[in-house]
Design a protein around this ligand. Structure first.
Ligand code: SAH
Ligand code: SF4
Ligand code: F3S
Length: 446
């Protein structure tokens, strides 16, 4: 049996995949494997994949094909993540050089699967539809010593008609509050300054376990009470589950950052209905108004899909107008990509690619304008920045404000991992630029 010494995991997709990679790394290191600096020399090579849009899948497929064509095979090669669930054992037919496929609900079986590959020399797959809560979160090997992702709920029950996630991650399973608290306490003790609570839909936390009597805002209060907890973030939120209690929690709990990412997806109620987003444009606008009234210094983030089947020019215009009116600080903008197995596949992907790209570009231009106006308004303000390290050219320190805005300022390495008050004097595309100021007697915003 070959001796496995090193591993390399290439991660695609969202934060949930990044966290799953850290958990898998923990399991592999527990087995005695060490991280390899590059994929060429690793004994175990894992592709932790994403299926959200066609491009995400094509990237991995291209890479797997390339490895197969290269011919030499001295590593055990596996596919994990959402594409493992979307394609399952069919991946073996396309890529005969693959050794294993492990789905999003079977991360904990990684070790057993590796053993099976080693003992039997056969292709092995494990792709359960349901997640059973038994992951070894405490062993996760995190890249950052400052910010950590913590999973609180896995899966999604919303079934938006365009989305693969309910099929690639299964139904919602909340993680027991005790286990989340234990992990968060450990992270705070280790010096972590910011914890991002992760789930496809964090604010439906606890709804699947009514007997726990612990909904998302209850969980947030418990986490905020951990001594030494500096910053808590969460993502993503489904608009329908944003409650007044949650808004009040953001207002009242000191560690909770004033930033909410809750995708609108489209500005037309007809399209929203066809997407099965279960809210109308008016209801979304009402949520935003209530949120801004409850938490006046809140910043909002959103996701939007253009070119959904049958979207007319007038309906796209409604999305454009919504983006203009709601003034999000962050907007992730996407062209619709039909996904196999989703209900939207029933409808013709009838918006031509050029029209999708044209609509996308209009939104990108508008959002760039909105972002610059927002940054312009922030000149002269003092913001709290969590310092994460040096920027790419090494000249300045970089970090994020509580509202998730990027900021740069001069300083030395001793400030990395600390919270600094930074007075903003200018900005470049996407980034605020400033200088540290004494922290007493200051009103902190942003
Ligand atoms: N759970 C999160 C989002 C997960 S996917 C939520 O519901 O808010 C991230 C984003 O990808 C979605 O918000 C959506 O805007 C986009 N997306 C999902 N499926 C897509 C598809 N088939 N085509 C284009 N964009 C898609
Ligand atoms: Fe996908 Fe909708 Fe679930 Fe988000 S809420 S993961 S978009 S099905
Ligand atoms: Fe992609 Fe799966 Fe995340 S499809 S976006 S990796 S949940």
């Amino acid at each position: 049996m070959p001796d496995l010494k090193t591993y390399f995991i290439r991660t695609y997709g969202c934060q949930m995949n990044e966290l799953d990679t850290e958990i898998m790394a923990g399991q592999l290191q527990k087995r005695g494997l060490l991280p390899s600096l590059d994929e060429e020399t690793a004994d175990v090579l894992i592709f932790n994949t994403c299926s959200i849009r066609d491009l995400a899948e094509r990237k991995v497929m291209g890479k797997l094909g390339q490895i197969g064509r290269a011919g030499k095979k001295n590593a055990i090669i596996g596919v994990t993540g959402c594409m493992a669930m979307a394609k399952r054992e069919s991946l073996f037919r396309k890529f005969p050089h693959l050794d294993f496929v492990v789905g999003t609900n079977n991360i904990t079986d990684l070790g057993t699967v590796l053993d099976e590959v080693l003992y039997t020399n056969r292709q092995v797959y494990k792709t359960d539809d349901r997640f059973e809560e038994n992951l070894d979160y405490l062993l996760a090997k995190r890249d950052s010593k400052i910010k950590a992702h913590v999973s609180i709920i896995r899966g999604c029950d919303k079934f938006c008609t365009y989305c693969v996630v309910p099929y690639t991650r299964g139904s919602e399973v909340s993680r027991p509050a005790m286990s989340i608290l234990e992990e968060c306490k450990m992270l705070v003790d280790q010096g972590y300054k910011e914890i991002t609570l992760l789930g496809q839909n964090v604010n439906s936390y606890g709804k699947d376990k009514p007997e726990w009597n612990c909904l998302f805002h209850d969980l947030l209060s418990k986490l905020d009470a951990i001594p030494g907890m500096e910053r808590i973030r969460f993502m993503t939120s489904h608009p329908i589950d944003i409650t007044l209690e949650l808004m009040q929690a953001i207002r009242d709990l000191p560690s909770l950052c004033e930033f909410v990412h809750f995708p609108i997806q489209a500005g037309s109620s007809r399209i929203l209905k066809k997407m099965h987003r279960i809210y109308t444009k008016e209801q979304y606008f009402e949520k935003v108004a209530l949120l801004r009234q409850t938490v006046p210094n809140v910043s909002l983030g959103t996701d939007i899909i253009v070119g959904f089947p049958t979207e007319t020019d007038a309906e796209f215009q409604e999305t454009y107008d919504a983006l203009k009116e709601l003034r999000f600080s962050v907007a992730f903008l996407f062209a619709y990509s039909p996904r196999k197995g989703t209900p939207a596949m029933r409808w013709k992907d009838d918006i031509p690619e050029e029209v999708k790209q044209e609509r996308l570009q209009k939104l990108i231009d508008l959002q760039t304008e909105i972002g610059n106006e927002e940054r312009l308004q922030m000149l002269g303000q003092t913001v709290e920045v969590l310092v994460e390290g040096f920027n790419r050219d090494g000249g300045q320190l970089k970090g994020r404000t509580r509202c998730w805005k990027k900021a740069l300022f001069p300083g030395d390495a001793s400030l990395i991992g600390t919270l600094q008050q930074v007075k903003i004097h200018s900005y470049t595309h996407q980034t605020l630029i400033g200088e540290t100021v004494e922290s007493h007697n200051l009103l902190t915003v942003g």
